[in-house]
Design a protein around this ligand. Sequence first.
Ligand SMILES: C[S@@+](CC[C@H](N)C(=O)[O-])C[C@H]1O[C@@H](n2cnc3c(N)ncnc32)[C@H](O)[C@@H]1O
Length: 208
Amino acid sequence: MKKSKRVKKSNSWKIKQHRDQYFKKSKTLGYRSRASFKLIELNKKYKFIKKNTNLLDLGSSPGGWSQVANQIIKSGRILSIDIKEMEPIKNVKFLKTDILEKKTKKEVIDYFNSNIDVIISDMAADTTGNKSLDSIRTNQLCFEVINFSKNILKPKGVLISKLFMGDDFIEVKNLAKSVFKKVNFFKPQSSRKESKETYLHCEILKSL
Ligand SMILES: C[S@@+](CC[C@H](N)C(=O)[O-])C[C@H]1O[C@@H](n2cnc3c(N)ncnc32)[C@H](O)[C@@H]1O
């Protein structure tokens, strides 16, 4: 077998192993998606979900991140939003709607009474087959979330958002830095290595 074919085969074997490892683990632990492990890793690193956190989960379906947040939060409120349906989770309020709509933003503000500690967004635009376009569309959602969080987060609040390391990465980073005092990027081990996905961690609004 040619060397390039061997390398390709061993890489796809590693990718499959990586997927299977988290897939099996999520089934054993009762999580709805492998994405749960990304939030677990992010929270282990930055420790933003506490017992009394008021949390907004954007792009929540099928519910892996909401499940993880719900295991930790005891007295705070959790509001999860997705354009797709999500099976109910006890103590989690779900809205099936588009976060880009004005009325959704108003519903969020009313639900929390402008008292949000943490926003987590794992939103991703539907894939088109064009990786560069997909990355731009998902980063557009990240732009939206940063701008929205400016108006609804508590001054010392935290924002976590998925983004892709594409051409517009610097623009997202600059916007985040114009809004928050602290901005970090972290790629969890459970995120596929070959994926350009990473996560933005921001805290403390500059208006403070
Ligand atoms: C990667 S999945 C999220 C997985 C989820 N974090 C979990 O742990 O199960 C991305 C989600 O973002 C949602 N999404 C994309 N655009 C959205 C929008 N404008 N408003 C609300 N949800 C959106 C999609 O419907 C999809 O369910």
